[in-house]
Design a protein around this ligand. Structure first.
Ligand SMILES: [Zn+2]
Length: 334
């Protein structure tokens, strides 16, 4: 009997939803907290996951280094008051919004002008990036750290993430929404997204007292006296070079919180530089570092002879560049 009711409720839910929105959405957003415990003091990492549900590739807009304008990724906190009998908990639940991130970014723009960027997603591909709550050191500098746990009474909350890229002018090239009664497909093959953006499901967050003191990061494990983690902890960037110089650098370390994807391509004019950004955890908290390699080497003497001999032979006699050379140049905190 109970099963029948559930099936009926589920069917009603599906029918209602399909009437409300006939158009499928081909992008999903998820909120994945590294830990579901939160307080207003400890730095907390949550991950945001985008998945392209379409059968073709799409480009999406992410906050990246944005430091002005409207927030693309916003957290919304809800208090749930249950008035149900307990058998069907969701039937009488009342969700009250108790906190939402300010939509206008309040960040330091005196140093540089940052911009959102684009991520290409293949069909069914996902892209994950972290946000850090209570990271007050980086709050005004890095958009990923511009989130706070609100001061709220201690109880459980339901939190969701709202993605609204339309507030960013760049988005018009990658997203579109249909007006009512408009049926023609988009001629630019952009991703169709509702005008108000999309929302994740709710995630239950347990609010804790501020003296709650556990390391909220260590989800990945490496050996206790891991040399890489020790270098990061003590901010010994020079010593860390040794690790990055290795070809197959395994970065599944507990102190490497995130590795950003590198640039799509590099200039074919050699030599050139290639940089990748990482978020690491030092004794002073969350730190953004940038690692730069030089790709390619120009052989001066060969280049000289090539310049002289080219007009005669009409071809490059001595190869004067080597693209296979990749040399670690520097690791910098920023
Ligand atoms: Zn390690």
């Amino acid at each position: 009997m109970k099963k029948t009711i559930l099936v009926f409720l589920f069917a009603t839910f599906i029918v209602e939803n399909s009437f409300a929105n006939l158009r499928p959405i081909y992008l999903s957003i998820e909120l994945k907290p590294v830990t579901t415990a939160a307080n207003t003091k400890n730095i907390i990492q949550w991950n945001v996951v985008f998945t392209n549900l379409d059968s073709i590739g799409h480009a999406i807009v992410i906050p990246s280094s944005q430091n002005r304008g409207k927030r693309i990724i916003q957290l919304q906190w809800y208090k749930v008051t249950s008035s149900g009998s307990g058998i069907f908990p969701s039937s009488g639940d009342y969700y009250e919004q108790v906190y939402v991130d300010p939509i206008e970014l309040e960040m330091d723009t005196s140093l540089y002008r940052g911009y959102p960027s684009i991520v290409n997603l293949e069909p069914k591909e996902s892209y994950t990036f972290p946000i850090f709550l209570n990271d007050r050191n980086n709050q005004l500098k890095h958009v990923k750290s511009s989130y706070l746990v609100p001061t709220l009474p201690i109880q459980d909350y339901e939190v969701l993430v709202h993605y609204n890229p339309y507030t960013e002018p760049l988005s018009q090239h990658f997203f579109y929404h249909r007006e009512k009664g408009q049926f023609a497909p988009d001629s630019l093959n952009r991703l169709e997204l509702p005008l108000g953006g999309i929302y994740s499901n709710y995630t239950t967050i347990h609010m804790q007292k501020d003296d709650f003191n556990t390391d909220l990061f260590f989800s990945k494990t490496c050996s206790k006296n891991c040399s890489v983690c020790r270098c990061i902890k003590q901010k010994k960037w020079k010593k860390l070079r040794k690790h990055f110089e290795k070809k197959s650098s395994d970065l599944s370390h507990s102190r490497v919180l995130h590795e950003f994807p590198g640039p799509d391509g590099v200039l074919d004019v050699l030599p050139t530089y290639y940089s990748k950004n990482y978020i690491v955890l030092t004794t002073n908290g969350v730190q953004h570092i940038s690692v730069t390699w030089q790709i390619g080497k120009i052989y001066k003497t060969a280049q000289f002879f090539t310049r002289i001999l080219y007009p005669i032979f009409r071809k490059v006699v001595f190869p004067y560049t080597n693209a296979r050379i990749s040399k670690l140049k520097w690791i910098r905190a920023w």
